[in-house]
Ligand binder design. Structure first.
Ligand SMILES: NC(=O)c1ccc[n+]([C@@H]2O[C@H](COP(=O)([O-])OP(=O)(O)OC[C@H]3O[C@@H](n4cnc5c(N)ncnc54)[C@H](OP(=O)(O)O)[C@@H]3O)[C@@H](O)[C@H]2O)c1
Length: 311
């Protein structure tokens, strides 16, 4: 808990900046519920998965390798259970294998928490010709979620980890003509673009759910707060030193950072939301680009084209 947490207020939902994942699930019995969590071996994804299991859920804990998921989650105490699954988001074959594994289990998912991510790679890195943060954070999750839509329950939820950093996307929002990143790469611009893509994916998915008569599935996106996790591994020593000083004052703890995604995934109040952007377990306004449904539709069409071309 930071100094700020001690004075932070609560929003209309009754939760706020300082609420933890345990706080937002008090009294909830998740026995019989089943969730898939990506990036479950580290940071706020690990904490969200731990709390889901604590509340009785079965959690399909996805990590780059099955061994990583097993290792990270072995300290969890029930009453729920964990099922480790491999899902390397930068490798479409691995994501598709994960989809096939989950579908073959034959049990519906109550929610998919798209939590995994990488941030601010100092130099341009690419996969299949696409900038790596866009490919991992957006395309990997696009393949995963679109592949698993039929396994969602009638009111299943898709929760996307975006970030306040979506406001740092390039002037065009998503540079659909520069997804290779070769024209003017910046670490934060590329991360911001990938997090804007996570937000626009949730907006468009929500629109598609709404457009289908009787479809009660939902999609939301969120900023979890600023939390010291392994995500900062590519940041400069100066930025890391600044965070070390600011952390005790302004940054969320990992249990606080995991609250909004856990709330969005399981809380009954959050089940009424579809297409919203959240922060501190409440609805927030996003950037203008984050509200641009034409951009969201264009991104969806381009993502389909990219995925189809990957073969
Ligand atoms: N921390 C913050 O301040 C903050 C702020 C805004 C948004 N977020 C978002 O919150 C989410 C969780 O971040 P965190 O802070 O908990 O960071 P973290 O501790 O670094 O966790 C990120 C997770 O994503 C996984 N991951 C990365 N690349 C992957 C890939 N190619 N395939 C599969 N899994 C991959 C990591 O696996 P490995 O351990 O194997 O690398 C790890 O489990 C991210 O989406 C991030 O963008 C965080």
């Amino acid at each position: 808990m930071s100094l700020y947490s001690m004075f932070a207020g609560k929003g209309p939902t009754g939760f706020g900046y300082a609420s933890t994942a345990e706080d937002v699930t008090v009294g909830l019995d998740l026995k019989g519920k089943r969730y898939l969590v990506t990036g479950s071996n580290s940071g706020i994804g690990l904490e969200a998965a731990r709390v889901l299991v604590l509340r009785g859920a079965t959690v399909l804990c996805a990590a780059r390798t099955e061994a990583k998921a097993v290792e990270a989650t072995k300290s969890f105490t029930g009453p729920g259970e964990t099922i480790p699954v491999a899902c390397e988001l930068a490798e479409p074959a691995s994501v598709r294998a994960c989809v096939a594994t989950v579908a073959a289990m034959g049990k519906p998912l109550d929610g998919i928490l798209c939590n995994a991510g990488i941030m601010a790679l100092p130099k341009l890195e690419q996969k299949f010709g696409y900038e790596l943060q866009f490919f991992t954070n957006h395309i990997g999750h696009f393949i995963l979620v679109t592949g698993l839509l039929d396994t969602l329950t009638a009111d299943g939820r898709v929760v996307m980890l975006s970030s306040m950093a979506h406001t740092r996307a390039p002037a065009a929002g998503i540079e659909l003509d520069n997804l290779s990143g070769e024209r003017g790469y910046t670490a934060w611009g590329a991360y911001g673009q990938s997090k804007l893509a996570n937000l626009l994916f949730a907006r468009e998915l929500a629109r598609r759910f709404r457009a289908t008569e009787g479809d009660r599935r939902t999609a939301t996106a969120l900023h979890p707060g600023v939390i010291a996790t392994n995500l900062g591994r590519h940041m400069s020593p100066i930025a890391l030193a600044t965070m070390a000083v600011a952390g005790p004052l302004f940054m969320k703890s990992i249990p606080e950072g995991a609250a909004t995604e856990t709330w969005a995934l399981v809380h009954p109040d959050a089940g009424k939301l579809n297409g919203e952007y959240l922060s501190d377990s409440n609805v927030r306004e996003s950037s203008k680009h984050g509200q641009n449904m034409q951009l969201a539709a264009n991104l969806w069409a381009e993502s389909e084209r990219i995925v189809a071309a990957l073969g």
